[in-house]
Write a protein that binds this ligand. Structure first.
Ligand code: TYD
Length: 130
């Protein structure tokens, strides 16, 4: 995982940011989704993906992304619309501490496929330790 610096075009009329394939991310974006209106205290995304890679951006507000390799975890606090968090496949990830009005944008490398999810943490640990 790594933080991606997204260009920020400062402008008195309002700022603008953009992401280009091959420059700021390596995969083809197949799907974009966003999470919003998260009630205080809720946790999203407790799972891993077999195939999906993604970049997560706090388009508005803030939240934490917790990434777990099966052995150790790392917490990233996202609160800038010009920082992306690249999440490779096969990492357990959850999101929490959503601020009011937080918008979590996810750029994903695959179409939605329920079979790509690993939703049981013990099963995830078994798979990565094989
Ligand atoms: P899920 O990925 O479990 O949410 P999160 O990881 O943020 O907690 O998705 C929640 C529900 O939405 C689940 O029933 C599947 C559905 N869904 C789609 O239909 N398409 C999508 O692109 C996504 C991300 C989810």
């Amino acid at each position: 995982m790594m933080l991606v610096d997204i260009p920020k075009i400062l402008d008195e009329r309002g700022n603008l940011s953009f992401i280009e394939k091959g420059v700021h991310l390596d995969f083809d974006i197949q799907r974009v989704y966003w999470i919003y209106d998260v009630p205080g205290g809720e946790i999203r995304g407790g799972h891993a993906f077999y195939e999906q890679e993604e970049v997560i951006i706090a388009l508005s507000g803030s939240f934490d992304v917790i990434l777990h390799t099966g052995e150790e975890e790392k917490r990233f606090s996202l609160n800038r619309s010009y920082k992306g968090l690249y999440v490779p496949k096969m990492l357990w990830r959850s999101m929490e501490n959503f601020s009011t009005n937080a918008v979590c944008l996810v750029l994903a490398s695959t179409f939605y496929k329920a079979e790509d999810y690993i939703r049981d943490f013990d099963e995830f640990k078994k798979i990565v330790n094989q």
